[in-house]
Write a protein that binds this ligand. Structure first.
Ligand code: ADP
Ligand code: MG
Length: 565
């Protein structure tokens, strides 16, 4: 029964639409990239599902995307023969605001237009971008494997409601029909469209076709020749092409496609590995942290392909967790096409790829830090806290990761994390054999701690650690290039050769002279302290609390308490 219903958008949808249209208008042709990108995703989903059920191809495994215009009707249509959508899927993905990216976007809206337009780039607004150029959008879809009577027709003007109707649809897949606004007729021009498709879709491993232009229209041929299509994009997966043939701009466009980002990446590495394990990798470091960086399962990480067939997206097997900000593609020649998550879990080839990827990304970051420190700082401010998880997770690469870390220290003012451990080592005083650090709740609390007094007096640099992850970091990073890391708030502060004779004498004398005072203090504090000792770590303050060498630091104790441990 072809019942037609009209449903309301979730309130936020019109809000998002308004914003999308306003902020992307100056770059309006991106709607075509978004629609083609969705069509390509749909083809990949079908290919993947068909690995276990090739009946889904319904006898037609030539996947392709078509872009057509109808000048008289003023419409532009993007069609695919990919996986298609069932009725409920249309409601869930297109009709409501189900896509988590869009939902997050709405949550992040501040009401300040300028700020909000900046935000939009981070979320990827996909399908809704059609409304930049269209005042009405019709989507007709049928899911692969369902009968032709299970087609769905969705239509909306983007103003709060949409209609939904069950229709016949012979071919599987999705047609998105844009009823162009009156002043957007430039998108009816085939040459203009070919230009845009070339720019945005050359790297897709899927043909994008348009009608062959007929130059004989005046001659009234009888009968009407059948419609012929020709491929207008290159249709070769970008990562399979020679590095020397790929322009910077092509890399950037490809990145925007895989990462669902609107901005160019910060850096990338493209490599082909030959030998017993053959594969190609193309990895990108984004410019900005995505909203889901701290979620359990971030979307759009490194995609795994096997011989150009997309296998899975959240391939967390291809890089360690602390490099989860990296986006891109790994294409293996050797893995079986029907690899499952379980197989990936214990696969030697995958392990090798993961190790090589890790080294490659660390190498990429090292060159960035060396050749372009400014850009590296941008990277650090976005992803530094993630990289700090590295020494705990990846013992083998601990020292390399440590070399990439940046800290606020007493060497310079301000909270920005700019100093490296190598820089610290260079500035160490004669006789200093440790890297000193302090952990605190905030940069200000760290910098003004009484524990720093003696270090300031002696001109010894101290790392100021106040990120949540820092305790975790220092509990796994015990040394760097042979120098141990030492908390200034723990144990007997042994400044080694740095303590002068006078101080040692002073300390001994204090213990002897004030023995009774120390004992009385200990008695009255009772169980609450382990010992009361004279110290040389203070210059201006009369007393401070110190934690035993092997005890949990006060800061960590507070963090654990806050999370209910
Ligand atoms: P995203 O692509 O980031 O998920 P979009 O707004 O572009 O966000 O698309 C939302 C969802 O709509 C997609 O995730 C997909 O489920 C569905 N969709 C959109 N276009 C198509 C299509 N051509 N074929 C199948 N599903 C589609
Ligand atoms: Mg999309």
């Amino acid at each position: 029964e072809a019942h037609k219903e009209t449903l309301d958008f979730k309130a936020e949808v019109s809000q998002v639409l308004d914003l999308v249209i306003r902020s992307l208008y100056s770059n309006k042709e991106i709607f075509l990239r978004e629609l083609i990108s969705n069509a390509s995703d749909a083809a990949e989903k079908l290919r993947f599902e068909a690995l276990s059920d090739d009946g889904l191809y319904e006898g037609d495994s030539q996947l392709r995307i078509r872009v057509e215009v109808d000048r008289e009707a003023g419409t532009l249509t993007v069609s695919d023969n990919g996986i298609g959508l069932a009725r409920q899927e249309v409601i869930d993905t297109i009709g409501s605001i189900a896509s988590s990216g869009t939902r997050r976007f709405v949550e992040a809206l501040s009401g300040d237009q300028a700020k909000d337009s900046q935000l939009i780039g981070q979320f990827g607004v996909g399908f809704y971008s059609a409304f930049i150029v269209a005042d009405k959008v019709t989507l007709v879809s049928r899911r692969a494997g369902l009968g032709s009577e299970h087609g769905v027709r969705w239509e909306s003007d983007g103003r709060g409601t949409f209609s939904l109707e069950t229709v016949e649809k012979a071919g599987r897949g999705t047609d998105v029909i844009l009823h162009l606004k009156e002043d957007e007729t430039e998108f009816l021009d085939a040459w203009r469209l070919r230009g845009i498709i070339g720019k945005f879709s050359d790297h897709l491993a899927l043909p994008v076709e348009m009608r062959k232009e007929r130059f004989d229209e005046g001659e009234q041929q009888e009968p009407e020749p059948a419609v012929e299509y020709e491929q207008v994009n290159r249709g070769t997966a970008l990562w399979m092409r020679n590095k020397s043939d790929i322009t910077e701009e092509e890399y950037h466009d490809f990145y925007k496609h895989v990462a669902h980002d609107f901005e160019a990446p910060l850096a990338y590495a493209h490599n082909r590995v030959e030998g017993t394990n053959e594969y190609t990798t193309l990895l990108f470091v984004p410019k900005r942290a995505p909203w889901d960086l701290w979620e359990r399962d971030p979307k759009h990480g490194v995609k795994l392909y096997v011989r150009r067939v997309f296998i899975m997206d959240e391939a967390d097997k291809l890089l360690p967790h602390y490099l989860r900000f990296v986006k891109g593609v790994v294409d293996s020649d050797d893995l079986p096409l029907n690899v499952s998550r379980e197989i990936l879990q214990h696969n030697r080839k995958i392990d090798t790829i993961r190790q090589a990827n890790t080294k490659r990304v660390l190498g990429l970051l090292e060159s960035l830090a060396k050749d372009d420190p400014e850009t590296y700082h941008t990277f650090w401010d976005e992803f530094g806290r993630v990289l700090k998880e590295g020494p705990a997770e990846d013992f083998a690469n601990r020292e390399r990761i440590a070399g990439l870390l940046r800290f606020a220290t007493t060497h310079s003012d301000g909270d920005a994390q700019r100093e490296s451990l190598d820089g610290y080592l260079e500035r160490m005083k004669d006789g200093q054999d440790k890297v000193y650090y302090i952990t605190a709740d905030s940069p200000a609390a760290a910098r003004h701690s009484p524990h720093l007094e003696v270090f300031r007096k002696k001109g010894i640099e101290v790392l100021l650690l106040s990120d949540r992850v820092d305790e975790w970091l220092v509990s796994h990073l015990n040394d760097y290039k042979g120098k141990s890391l030492q908390s200034v708030a723990k144990g007997d502060l042994d400044l080694g050769d740095l303590a002068d004779e006078q101080e040692k004498e002073h300390k001994e004398k204090a213990a002897a002279e004030h023995g009774t005072l120390l004992e009385r203090l200990k008695n009255s504090l009772g169980e609450r302290v382990e010992a009361v000792k004279p110290s040389t770590r203070l210059v201006d303050s009369p007393a401070c609390l110190v934690v035993g060498e092997h005890e949990m630091s006060a800061h960590l104790a507070r963090v654990l308490k806050a999370v209910g441990q």
